[in-house]
Ligand binder design. Sequence first.
Ligand code: G3I
Length: 368
Amino acid sequence: MRVPALPYEPIPDRRAALRLVAGSFAALAVPTTRAEQLSLERAKPPLFGSAVNPRLLESDPVYRAALRRHCRIVVPEGGLKWAGLRPTPDEFRFRYGDAIAAFAQQNGLIMRGHTLVWHMAMPEWTSALQSAREVQAAMTFHIENVVGRYAGRIASWDVVNEPLPEDPGPPSDRRDTVWHRHLGESYVALALRLAAAADPHAELVINEYDLEHSGERFDRKRAAMLDLVAKVRGAGAPLHAIGLQAHLRGERTIDRVALRKLILELRQMELQILVTELDVIDWALPFDIETRDRLVADRAEEFLETVFEACTPGAVLTWGLSDRHAWIPAHFKRRDGAPNRLLPLDDDYRPKPLMNVLRRFGATDRSD
Ligand code: G3I
């Protein structure tokens, strides 16, 4: 049995009828015009889900039960990154990717893939890649093998992750990575083409952070994203969606006008919008738990309201479910030493106000 496909068709691909979510395979009429396609897609509820920690998936039954209960779509937090997959140039370790794919299949969940081309989580041997030819060969081998292995099981891939600099200058600015250094901007189109060749049915995504808040740095990031997308499209590369990571800062407002404008411009280019890594970083919020949880929920609500006013995203995934296992980089730790509370469930898997916000936008629990 295959893991269910996405409930919507990647927008630029007219090949088939829309498929329904997990379990139901009744075909809908094929939309004949772009407008029909967009309105059908808009009518569908988004999928809610979470990143999955593959080690916990293996070892912790409570964690597995929480994933089953709260998710209809999952993505590996780790396990499909180069560092874990490719200890040596010729070796692939698919243990964690396979475990998440099996879990998704057994539970009727849709699976996303994360990530094929990134500057982080790279194994040491890749620093010896010295020429365009070597870099292109390594990328080609990687994408053919990884996407090929999961063809039909991973419905949507973060093909290129975080291609923009922390603080872009002009819109043409790109992150300095091994890929960009040797191949220039064309690496993005190349990666997308390789992924499409390895699985012609997968949704192909560019995934990026810091596209939501108010401030000049965020304005520059939004401008750079639009510039990149226009160039990728200009090169004729297959690109279906933009992932808004949405690692929101609790202390910073959402720029509703600018975010809406960004989404509408991306939609004009017939791109799907996904929320791929939602959480609210609370390092600068007050200590008091009730206040903090409310501010976290309010920030997520402000963000989701803006997104949903502009479009219905294809999916909304949080970057983990419970604060017990939250990703907290060293620089976002709280100065008062209090544990961070950035996810929808608390340490004991009890829903927090953030979960109520997700429910308001359509997240539901599975009762079985
Ligand atoms: O697997 C090793 C383990 O063997 C070792 O004992 C341990 C000691 O540090 O490290 C373990 O690896 C860590 C891995 O997470 C698994 O827990 C790495 O050091 C650590 O760098 C890695 O961090 C992940 C990070 O991406 C880099 O891959 C985070 O969990 C993960 O949440 C984070 O996710 C990123 C997205 O991919 C992209 N967007 C931003 C997001 C948050 O930074």
